[in-house]
Design a protein around this ligand. Structure first.
Ligand SMILES: *Cc1c(COP(=O)(O)O)cnc(C)c1O
Length: 499
C-alpha cells in the first residue's frame, strides 16, 4: 500500500482524468466568452439558492469528479466575466490564460515563498519578477520589492517603509505613542484611492493625519496647494513625513505632476510614494504625458500586476528605491526562524509570513509576451479608450467628459434637457438617470461599465484593461447605452408624472 486510506488523496491517474475535464471546460469558456453575456445577472438570493446555503456542513464527502464537474458548471454559468471583451468596469483586467495555468502549477508545487530554503526556485523567480517589473516601468534596477495581494497591500507596504524611515523616534518599538511633539502627516490629493483611508486608520495615524491637497481642473494634484499645506503644518509644529502622488488616478486616470512633487519632497525631506496601481505599467509605453516617466523619482512605488499586466487575481507589487527600507520596516528574527542572510527571505521584507507563489503567473506572462507584447497590449488599450471617447463624443445624446490613459467618462443627456443641464434640478435628474441606466446596462449583460462622480456630476466610466476588447466592441457601445438610457428616461418621467 503506497497510500493511506485518506479521503483527500488522489492517484495520479485520477487527478489526470478529473483535471483534464476541468481544463476542457475552461478552454470552452475561453472560446465562448464573446457569445456569453458579460454577467449572468444572478441575484444574491439565486446564488445562495445554487449553493443550497441553508444546508449545514456536509457530514460526508462526495466523489471528486462529480464535485469538479458541478462546481465548474456553476461557476462558469453564473459568474461575471472580467475576461469578457466588453468588461470595462472598475479596474479589473481580463486574466491572461497563461496565468490561469501558472496558478495551478504554483498550487501544485506549493512552495512557501516566505523563506528561500522553503522555496529555492520560487524565491528567485519572485526576485526576477520584481526586477523585471522595475525595468518595465523605468524604476532603478537595484531597487527592492515584493509581490503582495494587490494595489492596496502594495501601498500599505510602501507607507510602512516610509513611516519607519522618516519618523524621528523609534516608531517600531514605541509606536505613535513615542511621538512627543507634532503630528506625523501625509499629503495626498483628493483624487487618491481609498486605500489611504484604511492605511491611516489601521496603522494608527488616524484619517485626520491625511492632508487633502486640492486637485486642478484636470484632477491632478495642485502643487502650490501642496507646498502651502506643508509650510503651514511645519510652522504649526507638525511633522510632515510623506507625499503620495498618483500615476493614474482611480476615477479618471489623471497623472499627478510627479516631477514637481518630487522636488517638493526633496526640499522638505519627505518620503515620496507613487500609487501606480492603475497607471504604473503605462510607463512602458512611449508617447504618453511626460510625468508617467517619472516613477524613478519616488522613494517607493506601488503597481498592480492584476490590473495592467493582466495577471489573474491576486497580484500587487511594492517597490522601494533604498534596498534596506523594507528590512528596516518589517524584519524580526525569532529563534525559530534562522534562515541565514545569504539569500532573500521574503518574510523579512513585508507583512506576510507564509507566502504563496503569486509571482509565477506574473513571471510566466512576462516571459510569454516580453516587453514588446506588453507595450503593444497596453498601448492598444489606451488607443481604444481614445477611440471610445471619440465615438461617444460624436453622438449628440452623450456628453464626453474625460479621457486619461485608458479611462473614459461620459454621460447620457436626453435631447430636451441639454439646454438646461446646469440647472440644479436637471442636474439631479441627470445624475439619477445615469445611475439607473448604468444598473440597467449592467443587468443587461451587453457591456459592463462603472461610474465616477466629478464635481457632483454622476458619470458613466469605462476603463479598458482588457486585451480582448476590439474596435467593434466600442462601436456597439453608444447604441447599448442609448437604448437603456431612453428606456430609463421614459419610465422615470412617467413615474414623476404620477406623483
Ligand atoms: C486599484 C487601485 C488601488 C487598489 O488596488 P487593489 O488591487 O484593488 O487593492 C489603489 N490605487 C489605485 C490608483 C488603484 O487604481
Amino acid at each position: 500500500m503506497n497510500f493511506r486510506n485518506v479521503p483527500l488523496e488522489m492517484s495520479g491517474d485520477e487527478f489526470k482524468r478529473v483535471g483534464h475535464q476541468m481544463i476542457d471546460a475552461v478552454g470552452e469558456l475561453l472560446d465562448s466568452l464573446r457569445k456569453r453575456p458579460v454577467t449572468s445577472g444572478i441575484s444574491p438570493d439565486q446564488s445562495r439558492g445554487l449553493l443550497g446555503s441553508l444546508k449545514t456542513l456536509p457530514e460526508h464527502g462526495m466523489n471528486a469528479e462529480n464535485l469538479l464537474q458541478d462546481v465548474s458548471r456553476m461557476l462558469i454559468d453564473h459568474s461575471l466575466y472580467n475576461g469578457h471583451p466588453r468588461f470595462w468596469g472598475y479596474i479589473t483586467s481580463s486574466p491572461a490564460p497563461i496565468g490561469i495555468l501558472a496558478d495551478m502549477l504554483a498550487a501544485a508545487v506549493n512552495p512557501n515563498v516566505g523563506a528561500w530554503k522553503l522555496s529555492p526556485i520560487a524565491t528567485e523567480i519572485e526576485a526576477q519578477t520584481v526586477r523585471w517589473i522595475a525595468e518595465l516601468i523605468g524604476y532603478p534596477p537595484d531597487s527592492e520589492g515584493l509581490l503582495v495581494s494587490g494595489g492596496t497591500a502594495a501601498n500599505y507596504v510602501c507607507l510602512l517603509a516610509a513611516r519607519a524611515a522618516k519618523a524621528d523616534f523609534d516608531i517600531r518599538e514605541d509606536g505613535l505613542q513615542g511621538n512627543s511633539s507634532g503630528k506625523l502627516l501625509m499629503y495626498a490629493s483628493t483624487e487618491t484611492h481609498t486605500w489611504i483611508h484604511k492605511a491611516a486608520d489601521i496603522f494608527g495615524f488616524g484619517t485626520d493625519s491625511i492632508r487633502w491637497v486640492k486637485a486642478d481642473k484636470r484632477r491632478r494634484m495642485d502643487t502650490d496647494d501642496l507646498q502651502g499645506l506643508i509650510e503651514n503644518d511645519i510652522n504649526s509644529g507638525h511633522k510632515p513625513f510623506a507625499v503620495i502622488g498618483s500615476a493614474g488616478t482611480v476615477s479618471t486616470g489623471a497623472i499627478d505632476p510627479l516631477r514637481k512633487i518630487a522636488r517638493i519632497c526633496r526640499r522638505y525631506n519627505l518620503w515620496f510614494h507613487i500609487d501606480g496601481a492603475y497607471g504604473g505599467f503605462a510607463a512602458a509605453v512611449p508617447g504618453l504625458p511626460e510625468d508617467i516617466y517619472a516613477l524613478s523619482e519616488a522613494d517607493s512605488v506601488a503597481v498592480d500586476p492584476h490590473k495592467w499586466l493582466y495577471a489573474p487575481l491576486e497580484a500587487g507589487c511594492a517597490l522601494v528605491k533604498n534596498k534596506d527600507s523594507l528590512r528596516n520596516a518589517f524584519s524580526y528574527h525569532p529563534p525559530y526562524y534562522q534562515f541565514g542572510e545569504e539569500a532573500i527571505n521574503y518574510f523579512d521584507l513585508g507583512i506576510q509570513n507564509s507566502r504563496g507563489f503569486r509571482a509565477l503567473k506574473v513571471w510566466m506572462a512576462l516571459k510569454q509576451v516580453g516587453r514588446e507584447g506588453y507595450k503593444r497590449m497596453i498601448a492598444d488599450d489606451i488607443n481604444l479608450a481614445e477611440y471610445m471617447y471619440y465615438v461617444v463624443s460624436q453622438r449628440p445624446e452623450f456628453e464626453a467628459l474625460t479621457n486619461d490613459l485608458s479611462i473614459v467618462t461620459f454621460r447620457y443627456i436626453p435631447e430636451d434637457l441639454r439646454a438646461d443641464k446646469e440647472n440644479e434640478s436637471t442636474r439631479e435628474y441627470l445624475n439619477k438617470l445615469n445611475q439607473e441606466l448604468l444598473f440597467k446596462v449592467e443587468r443587461g449583460g451587453e457591456a459592463f461599465l462603472s461610474n465616477a462622480v466629478i464635481d457632483d456630476v454622476y458619470l458613466l466610466r469605462a476603463c479598458i484593461v482588457n486585451f480582448r476588447t476590439t474596435p467593434a466592441d466600442i462601436d456597439d457601445l453608444p447604441d447599448i447605452i442609448l437604448r437603456a438610457g431612453s428606456e430609463v428616461d421614459a419610465s422615470m418621467r412617467e413615474e414623476s408624472l404620477k406623483i
